[in-house]
Design a protein around this ligand. Structure first.
Ligand SMILES: Nc1ncnc2c1ncn2[C@@H]1O[C@H](COP(=O)(O)OP(=O)(O)OP(=O)(O)O)[C@@H](O)[C@H]1O
Length: 253
């Protein structure tokens, strides 16, 4: 079977004032798979994600998404091409209801950078409203759809932000520590939700410190340390790799 590569990060380098944050990063992500990126603090994981979404321009190398070089494109252009990102800290609109929050990115995907009249359109566009309601159902927030986002728990905020990405029906979903700060119960609910999304065939890249989450979800794991890839493989291969145990797991887990 020929596997389709959705994303290719090709020989990327990034320096910050003399600090080498990313060195010789060459990484491919296969369609339909969940690919975890792990590594100790400061390994370069967030920098790599920022390069993919266009927030950071690499000094060298390129990112190819779905056959198109996206290096140098603006974040909203990359988003429109089909990459959505869930942030470590949810970026939601506190003054809007949950439903309105999910409708806003659906407009952004359809119409480009936000239209000035987006808030008045929120009440009138039936297709987008129905799509948003469906996604809220999927993430288990349908009964709260008319509540203000400001009143939500942290776990619910993170699920709302996931819904805001899913409504765009991205080809590639990037998740930056989706379970950070969650209770074990909320973590397990998030794992179940992400498994459900996986069944729908969406490709995902997930940065995660929680090994329970990584081993529950990932088909492939890339390990970064000091801005370099030190290991890649299935979760089992990576778990057994002595370099990984030394650099990341400390040999203790
Ligand atoms: N904008 C910046 N300016 C200067 N240095 C930066 C910048 N962003 C990141 N760095 C440095 O680059 C290195 C990689 O940081 P990055 O945030 O990508 O690591 P990380 O693996 O995501 O870490 P964590 O798990 O702690 O979030 C670190 O040494 C960090 O201090």
């Amino acid at each position: 079977m020929i596997e389709n590569k959705v994303l290719h990060v090709a020989d990327v380098q990034k320096n910050f004032a003399g600090l080498r944050a990313l060195s010789d990063i060459d990484l491919t992500i296969t369609e339909g798979k969940t690919h975890a990126i792990i590594g100790p603090n400061g390994a370069g994981k967030s920098t790599l994600l920022n390069v993919v979404v266009g927030r950071i321009i690499p000094d060298e190398g390129a990112v190819v998404f779905d056959g198109t070089v996206i290096t140098g494109k603006k974040p909203y252009e990359i988003n429109q091409l089909g990459i959505a990102r869930v942030f470590q800290t949810p970026e939601i609109f506190n003054d809007l209801t949950l439903l309105q929050n999910v409708m806003v990115p659906a407009y952004a995907k359809r119409d480009g950078p936000l239209r000035l009249n987006v808030l008045t359109a929120l009440d009138s566009d039936t297709d987008i409203r129905l799509a948003a309601e469906e996604i809220l159902e999927d993430v288990g927030l349908a009964d709260k759809r008319h509540a203000d986002a400001s009143a939500m728990s942290r776990g619910d905020k993170r699920r709302l932000e996931l819904a805001m990405c899913l409504v765009q029906r991205p080809k590639l979903l990037l998740l930056d520590e989706p379970t950070a700060g969650m209770s074990r119960l909320d973590t397990n609910r998030t794992i179940d939700l992400l498994k459900k999304i996986k069944a729908g065939g969406m490709t995902k890249v997930i940065i995660e410190h929680d090994m329970h989450v990584v081993f529950s979800l990932a088909d492939m794991v890339t390990v970064l340390a000091g801005g370099r890839i030190i290991a890649q493989g299935t979760p089992e291969e990576v778990r057994r790799d002595p370099k990984v145990q030394e650099a990341y797991l400390g040999g203790a887990h």
